[in-house]
Write a protein that binds this ligand. Sequence first.
Ligand code: FAD
Length: 279
Amino acid sequence: MTDTPRISFEFFPPKTPEGREKLYKTRETLQAFEPEFFSVTYGAGGTTRDTTANIVTDMRGDGISIAPHLSFGGDNEDTVLELLNRYKEAGVNRIVALRGDMPSGMGAVAQLVYANELVAFIRRHTDDQFHLEVAAYPEIHPESESYDDDIFYLKGKFEAGADSALTQYFYNPDAYFYFIDQCQKADIDAPIVPGIMPITNFANLARFSRNCGAEIPRWLRQRMESFRDPEDIKKLGLEVVTDLCKTLLEGGAPGLHFYTMNQVSPTADILRALDIPEA
Ligand code: FAD
């Protein structure tokens, strides 16, 4: 296992003042693990254009390293350029570049722009201002026609100028290691950091996983569905996800990207179980 794995934490933009206050407290606690960066998701279709940008520029003002997620959604080039300029002025130096998914009900509003095109657009207009992260899918993106296609398009994102990738979450480490092997065979040698989803509410996780194509192993589902006490779910979740992280790091993963869901404990408990030092 590497001595200091690269850690990053993902947030979503809260809708209420209470949610925002909670997020700032979460960020303060997780800051102690000295992450390489935090990131804030973006609702394609512009649904969180201002909330994402406000949180990113506010947190950047506090001096932390923070990466907005960005996609065209239905926006035109001028709107995306405006956002890029705002981020540049705020001293942001990393962006998670995505095609995104349209929120339900907005599906027919606009054609989604593939992430490789967004990466090329950002490079064309801002040169090397931003380290560009893109998404990768060890269990393959649900819309992909084939495994090889998905790797081909991931490679296209690096050829367009991406620097590294963060993966969709998964619970089967072999899916990640096989994916990395296949990427290497395709001459992709950029870091691909596994995305980690702590398990707290299993019903929500199962529903979300169906949509994004993340597989929950049968044994884990059976066990989780047999529990009546939510504390049992959290306990097994902590054990399973900590083991997953250990296996990934011992197998050479360059770091861990946590989907925090704006909560402290599920992520902090895993990091403490992994003996990641706190400042
Ligand atoms: P792409 O890389 O554009 O791929 C989309 C699909 O099209 C894939 O099936 C791919 O194989 C195929 N494809 C790619 N390029 C081409 C091409 N040139 N021609 C033909 N086919 C192609 N969603 C949000 O809405 N907001 C977020 O903030 C957000 N954050 C995320 C963070 C991470 C780390 C991850 C892993 C996902 C995130 N998502 C987010 C979800 C993501 O937007 C969806 O999975 C979306 O469906 C695909 O986005 P992408 O950037 O991977 O798309």
